[in-house]
Design a protein around this ligand. Sequence first.
Ligand code: ZN
Length: 339
Amino acid sequence: MLNIFELQKELVAAALPSGLETRQAEVIKKHASRYCDEVYTDAVGNLICHIKGPGKKLMLVAHMDVIGFMVNYIDERGFVRFVPVGGVRPALSVGCPVVFENGVYGCVQPDEKAKIGTASLNKAEMHNMYIDIGAKDKTEAEKLVSVGMCATFCAQPMLVAGGNMMTPYADNLTSCAALLSAMSDIRYPVNDLYCVFSVQEEVGCRGAKMAANAIKPYMGIAVDLTLTGDSPAELDKERMAVKLGAGPAVKIRDSSAICDKPVVEHLRACAEREGIAYQDEVLLAGGTDTSAMQRSYEGVLSGCVSIPGRNIHSPGEIINLSDAENAAKLLMHAAMTEI
Ligand SMILES: [Zn+2]
């Protein structure tokens, strides 16, 4: 079992948004190479770790891309306009410090038209937000950042109350850490295992589909975050049964996939046999690489182990560390049990 909190710190320091995942891929590769027979990267950047076994092909996937901000225009006064990469939530981004891929810092701010704090705040109003990098004018700003350059939330993972971790990018770097931890405990695999760290999930589950098309697995299990119904932010909206600290969730459905019964049963059976507490998940909004695998190749039996998370897609996502550790355990046993 690897230390999820330490891995999270290492991964957050390397994180770049969808399409630019090479930095976090390097960190993951450094750890993963110790636990598998071969590691390779495909054309789009998916990191594929093969642990050879005699049985059917089982693909485990955690997306390693994160949401962020891409520069699309720098105005005359040196303020940086951006487009979101993935599901950036405007209300949760205002006031947040960010760091560009070259190390330049800035802060997300609303302009007067953005109506921050009102119910009308939505994705469209992202056009009325900007990043202040402190530049005195356009010329100075253009020396520091350029169109197409990306930024991420600038915050550190921290331990908070309740055995929880507060961090940017629990979605999905904590799942990457959990998958690495599972890999580190796999001995004598019965299934032919492909552990994939996929690219571009946050912009439409693109990487996992390409990886699954190439691998042609019999079964696929994703690991990702899911929402909870246990905070004021979500209570009225989602009415979700999942909560923090009650164990990893076995996905039954989300808005883009109805998980295949053999996978749900495989995960439940492994959890019950090993005494791992788990929750059943029906997610009303949002999808994961589960659907990408399911629709790949000739169709792949697909499911997902979810780590419950609050404040998702903000710099202060909160997950329970024992949920993440138990997700790693469940993945390890699911990988080690014949499919
Ligand atoms: Zn995710």
